[in-house]
Design a protein around this ligand. Structure first.
Ligand code: KMH
Ligand code: ZN
Length: 283
């Protein structure tokens, strides 16, 4: 079995601070969480940004500050969300890629998202991929439904997406594929050759999907973006969710990857934040 990559998605775009006191909102809070989750065993951080009042933002300045804060406190692989929040324009969603994070998420198709629609038409996906190529950002393919794998293959045939890539199955979104072990196994069976994969189970599905991935030699995403509870009625912190997966994996004989081991496994090159210049000027 290979060492385990734990991705943490600490903030997301849907939660409010009223729902949990553990949500990192500011760049400083994201930096503090980055240090704790790395210590707990995470190697990738999936970043959404908020304004100080908790509202969503995809402003380049805010991502720059978050990138600097995370780099100052950790060595985590920094992955920017390009999904953003429902209602953001494709241009807004792609803008922070100019900061050249090591990775960016790319949802591979439109999906119902509760009562909303998370729009990812082919023109939107092509637009985001063009920006990723321009700034040399590695996509992580987010797969909410089985047809999203077909869409990724279609983008490869068009020559706009290189495969293999790292894939994250996001299972249990109301409107997407259910989070069951059968569905996960079917997706893994249909993975394009050479792709690595992780799974993010939504809500109560987070823990069982993590257990399945540990057993199946896959990788795991946890964090408050996907689930705010440690157990029934007990709110979790991001670092607790990461630490639990690490303990389970150790019991199963899998060590967690350090960020540099994860970079080697995914073929990534470490990048300093160049955003505000602060990280770049540090000795
Ligand atoms: N907030 C969701 C609408 C991503 O980050 O790439 C989309 C999302 C996916 O979270
Ligand atoms: Zn996200």
């Amino acid at each position: 079995m290979q060492p385990l990559i734990i991705t943490v998605a600490p903030t997301g775009a849907e939660l409010t601070v009223d729902q949990t006191p553990h949500l990192p909102i500011t760049p400083q809070q994201l930096g503090a969480v980055a240090a704790k989750v790395q210590e707990a065993g995470a190697s990738i951080i999936h970043v959404h940004c908020r304004n100080d009042d908790g509202t969503n933002t995809h402003s380049v300045e805010r991502f720059a500050a978050a990138y600097d804060a995370i780099r100052a406190s950790s060595d985590l692989i920094v992955q920017f969300s390009t999904g953003g929040a429902i209602g953001m324009t494709p241009k807004e969603r792609a803008a922070p890629l100019q900061l050249r994070p090591e990775m960016g998420s790319l949802t591979c198709g439109t999906v119902n998202f509760g009562d909303d629609v998370f729009e990812n038409s082919f023109p939107i996906m092509r637009g985001i991929l063009t920006e990723m190529k321009r700034y040399d950002v590695r996509p992580e393919l987010e797969i909410f439904d089985k047809g999203h794998l077909s869409n990724a293959r279609r983008l490869e045939r068009e020559g706009i997406l290189e495969l293999p890539q790292h894939v994250d199955f996001v299972l249990g979104v109301p409107g997407g594929l259910d989070a069951t072990v059968q569905n996960l196994a079917d997706l893994v069976d249909n993975l394009p050759t050479g792709c690595t994969w992780s799974v993010a189970g939504i809500g109560r599905a987070q823990l069982p999907m993590a257990l399945a991935a540990v057993a199946m030699d896959g990788h795991v995403r946890v964090g408050l973006e996907d689930n705010i509870y440690y157990s029934r009625g007990r709110l979790a912190s991001n670092e607790e969710l990461v630490a639990r997966v690490r303990r389970i994996a150790a019991e199963a004989g899998r060590e967690v990857c350090t960020p540099s081991q994860a970079r080697a496994l995914l073929g990534l090159i470490h990048r300093e934040a160049v955003a505000t210049g602060e990280a770049a000027s540090r000795p």
